[in-house]
Design a protein around this ligand. Sequence first.
Ligand SMILES: [Zn+2]
Length: 592
Amino acid sequence: MTDGQRGRAAVECGARLGQLLRRSENREAALPAPADMALIDGRVYTLDSTRPWAEAIAIRGGRIVGVGTTAEIHELCSTSTDVIDLQGQMVMPGFQDSHVHPPMGGVEMLRCDLSAGRSRQDYLETVGSYATSHPAADWILGGGWSMPAFPGGVPTAVDLDAIVGARPVFLPNRDHHSAWVSSRALELAGITSETPDPIDGRLERDAAGRPTGALHEGAMGLVERLLPPLCTDDYVEGLLAAQAYLHSLGITAWQDAWVTSSPGGNSFEAYMRLAGDGRLTARVIAALWWERGRGAEQVEGFLALRAQAAEADRFSATSVKIMQDGVCETFTAAMLTPYLDVHGHSTDNCGLSFVDPESLRDHVTLLDAEGFQVHVHAIGDRAVREALDAIEAAQVANGPSGLRHHVAHLQVVHPEDVSRFAGLGVVANFQPLWACADAQMMELTVPFLGPERAAMQYPIGSLVSRSVPVAFGSDWPVSTPDPFAELHVAVTRTAPAGARFGAVSPDGATGSPFLPDERIDLALAVRAFTLGSAYVNDLDGWTGSIEPGKRADLAVVDRNLFEVDDLDGGVAAARVTMTMVEGSVVFEHAEA
Ligand SMILES: [Zn+2]
């Protein structure tokens, strides 16, 4: 809105306050202090069951002090109230992303960023122009490519060599489970035909056994250890870029699923620095990274970090992230039965459990006893089962802790395990964008799982109908952090069309719904992304809905999501026009 509109609204409001004051002269009780901000004439979706919709909100000191009709909220205003006329736009609680990697996403945005590309050719052009414009960079770093752009999902060093010559290149893909490297990078790392696969990873090779330039899982480390380390300043810069981007999508809080603290530079320190100097405008829960090569001895360090973060504003370190397996596309997700080969025959590969199940039970029991929430990455049905077993073991040993442990991704969930979540109180943390029949699903996943297991993927509807608490997140930079794209898939189980979501639907086709019984309605999907994520972030007492007493963490959306046809892409096309955290505007769409 323009200043003129704001001013006019304020004058009108002040006049009404005058009437109100005259009326109140006869009253005993003084009026409450006026609101310092009011949003009026909107469609306010509150997620408060006692009043699901309203028109206006009054805010004072960053808190919501009134929700009601525009006339009711006018009564809480004075001439000094900053009144914003929403002109019919929708207001909802700010989105909370329950699994995201902003430092990594931000750093990649500032480097050779491949996330907007769709094809091998796009990527090579981007790498080429980045190499030309950064002649002094020792390494070409960045990432964000997607597997379906390459035959068999696998890029090659030869392609990079043709563009960058003898410069070393290291580019993780979107999901960070594989990296694309140049021949010079392989050479610097001493990787040859003789190099064995590490136990937690795999080198892509040609028929003669020569590495071809794609490294999966632990094999990425062979090159990664040579990279110039990121310093805290890099993370600070990346975080600021990421925060601005996420705010522009209406996101006001998140759980960072990979926070580390190591000497020199670390993302924990970057968050602490931004929290300390007031530049952290989002609310952030850090899930501290469990190093799978280490054991219980690392918990002491987590306790120290948690205590340090307890002093910070808007930042806490109360969760620990354990990555239990890899991903289906590289056959590293831990499965109960083996993957199939290209001909549909069974192999002897059941994927990888990064932490052995017995140790996982011990670790989760210990973390639970120390008051940490546990955030487990589990993609395959065996990993999901191991995670649930570990949380169950913790409950048996420690009694109910109320710590809201969660399992993220939940790609393949065995039906017997679907019914365990509710009893254990485990939060199902989904990345709904992935639950559609895109190329990654149809070409790189379904054939290798077979029809029976392919039908057990992303059972959002099944878990919701069992009253399991569900939270939504993006896993950005793995895939877009745009909540509207994610809501679209949760509701339709089809890929959102259009250029904004190139990775999901390279051909622009939306296809038929993927496992349509697992669709949920829009109200439940919005809830999972607001109150549901606030629940897993332990922020639901203050945020996640629009109710008096809660913080004014809000997103203004250019259309009423409930009045558009989501099958037509109306939800996916929605845009945020303003984002507010604690009553402060942290993003505003530039005036047209
Ligand atoms: Zn992740």
